[in-house]
Design a protein around this ligand. Structure first.
Ligand code: GLU
Length: 415
C-alpha cells in the first residue's frame, strides 16, 4: 500500500467535489524537490554504517517549506512524500504562511548510543544544509525526534553559517529559542477542535469516555488535557502494548510511570481492575472518542468495521486509510481529520519561527491566545465546507486547503 497514493486519492476526491479547475491538482500531486542523502557514521563498535536520509519539499507557493523529521526504521521515500504533501495541506487549512515538507532517516534511534544519534543528526543536517534555512525550509520534530535532536540540528547549521540561526528548526527547548507551549501544541490544537466539534453537536465534554492510541508527544499530552476537561480516559497504549482500565486512568500518573518503566502496559493504577490489551484490541474498544496519535495506517479495511467509537480525533498523520474512511463514513463515525486536528503543532512552530526572527519571545498565555482562534477559525471553515459540499470533515479540510492553494497559485502564476 502506497501512502503517497492514498494522499493523492484524498486530493483527487476533494478536487472532484469542489470541481477544482485547471492544473492545480496535477501541480500538487508532484513534490517540488526531492532530496535523498547517504550518511556514513562511524559506529561505537568501530564499523562504518551508511544511513539513508530524505527531505521532500512538497510545495512553497504559500511560504517557506515546513515540516518535521522522522527517525524510524520504516521510513521510506513514499512515506516522506505523503507526509510532506499533508504538511502543505495542513498549513493551508489553518491559513499560516508556510508550505509543506518532511524529512526522515531510516533508523531505530532506540538502538543508537547518544553519540551515534548526535553524529547522525549533525551529518544529516550538513547533508541537507544547502536546502534549509529560516526563509527556505524549517524542519521540526516528528516521530522519535525531539528538542535535543532539534538543538543538534540548530547547532550544526549555525556552525556552517558562522552565526546563530535559531530559526532553522522549530521544536527547540525554550532555553535556546524554543516557544512556550510548543511541546503540547499538537494536542492542545486538537483539543480546541474537539471542543468546537462537541459544541456543534450539542455534547458536553465532561464524562465522555476516551481511548488514546500512542503515548508519544501527542498521545501523552492529549490524555492529560482531556482528563482536565473532565473526560474519562479509559485506555492508553504505546508501541509495545495497551492498558484498558474501564474505571478511568490518571494520565499524569501514567506519564510519570511510563518515564520510569518504559511501558504503558506496566502502569495499571493500584487496586483498580485493568487489563493489558493489544493495540489492535484498543482500537475496537467501546468509547465516545478514539484518539489516534501513533502512526499511519492504523484503521484499514480489515478493522474499520470493528470500531465502536462515535468520533475519531486524528493526531497522527494518516492513521486511517481511504478504504477505512469509506467504511467509517457508512457507519456514521465522525472523523476530525489530521490536517486540521494536528495542525496546532505546526502553528506553534510558526510562532516559534516568528519569535526567532524577531528575537522577542511571548508568554504561554500569548501563545495560547493566538493558537485558539486559529484552530477554531479553521474548524469553522471546514465545518462550513462540509455543509456546503455535503461531505466529510476530511473532504472539507482538503477543500479548504485546496481553495487557498488555488488562490495563491492563480495569483502568482496565473495557472
Ligand atoms: N511533525 C509535526 C507535524 O506533522 C510538526 C511539524 C512542524 O512543526 O513543522 O505536523
Amino acid at each position: 500500500m502506497s501512502l503517497f497514493e492514498n494522499t493523492l486519492k484524498q486530493i483527487r476526491k476533494a478536487s472532484e467535489l469542489m470541481k477544482l479547475a485547471g492544473n492545480i491538482e496535477e501541480v500538487l500531486s508532484h513534490p517540488e524537490r526531492v532530496i535523498e542523502v547517504s550518511i556514513p557514521i562511524l559506529m561505537d563498535n568501530g564499523k562504518l554504517r551508511i544511513f539513508q536520509g530524505f527531505r521532500v519539499q512538497h510545495n512553497s507557493i504559500r511560504g517557506p517549506y515546513k515540516g518535521g523529521v522522522r527517525y524510524h526504521p520504516k521510513v521510506d521515500m513514499d512515506e516522506v512524500k505523503a507526509l510532506s504533501t499533508w504538511m502543505t495541506m495542513k498549513c493551508a487549512v489553518v491559513d499560516i504562511p508556510l508550505g509543506g515538507a518532511k524529512g526522515g532517516i531510516v533508523v531505530d534511534p532506540k538502538e543508537l548510543s547518544a553519540r551515534e544519534l548526535e553524529q547522525l543528526t549533525r551529518e544529516y543536517t550538513l547533508a541537507i544544509s544547502p536546502f534549509i534555512g529560516p526563509e527556505m525550509d524549517i524542519p521540526a520534530p516528528d516521530v522519535y525526534t525531539n528538542p535535543q535532536i532539534m538543538a543538534w540540528m540548530m547547532d550544526e547549521y549555525s556552525k556552517i553559517k558562522g552565526r546563530n540561526v535559531p530559526g532553522v528548526v522549530t521544536g527547540k527547548a525554550v532555553e535556546i529559542g524554543g516557544s512556550l507551549g510548543r511541546d503540547s501544541a499538537t494536542s492542545q490544537g486538537g483539543v480546541y477542535v474537539l471542543e468546537e466539534y462537541l459544541k456543534s453537536i450539542g455534547k458536553e465534554a465532561a464524562g465522555l469516555t476516551v481511548v488514546v492510541q500512542g503515548f508519544g508527544n501527542a498521545g501523552s499530552h492529549v490524555a492529560r488535557l482531556l482528563h482536565d476537561l473532565g473526560m474519562k480516559v479509559i485506555a492508553l497504549s504505546d508501541s509495545k502494548s495497551g492498558l484498558y482500565c474501564p474505571d478511568g486512568l490518571l494520565p499524569e500518573k501514567a506519564i510519570t510511570c511510563k518515564a520510569e518503566k518504559g511501558k504503558v502496559g506496566e502502569c495499571a493504577p493500584e487496586g483498580q481492575k485493568c487489563e493489558i490489551i493489544t493495540n489492535e484490541a484498543l482500537l475496537e474498544l467501546e468509547c465516545d472518542i478514539l484518539i489516534l496519535s501513533a502512526l499511519e495506517n492504523q484503521l484499514t479495511e480489515e478493522n474499520a468495521a470493528k470500531v465502536q467509537a462515535k468520533t475519531i480525533l486524528e493526531l497522527a498523520n494518516g492513521p486511517i486509510t481511504p478504504e477505512a474512511d469509506e467504511i467509517l463514513k457508512g457507519m456514521g463515525v465522525d472523523i476530525l481529520p489530521d490536517i486540521l486536528s494536528n495542525a496546532g503543532g505546526v502553528t506553534v512552530s510558526y510562532f516559534e519561527l516568528v519569535q526567532n526572527q524577531m528575537n522577542y519571545y511571548w508568554s504561554l498565555e500569548e501563545v495560547l491566545a493566538k493558537l485558539k482562534p486559529i484552530m477554531t477559525r479553521a474548524w469553522r471553515t471546514v465545518k462550513d465546507n462540509a455543509s456546503k459540499y455535503d461531505c466529510t470533515y476530511r473532504e472539507a479540510a482538503f477543500i479548504t486547503a485546496l481553495k487557498r492553494l488555488e488562490a495563491a497559485i492563480k495569483m502568482r502564476r496565473g495557472e
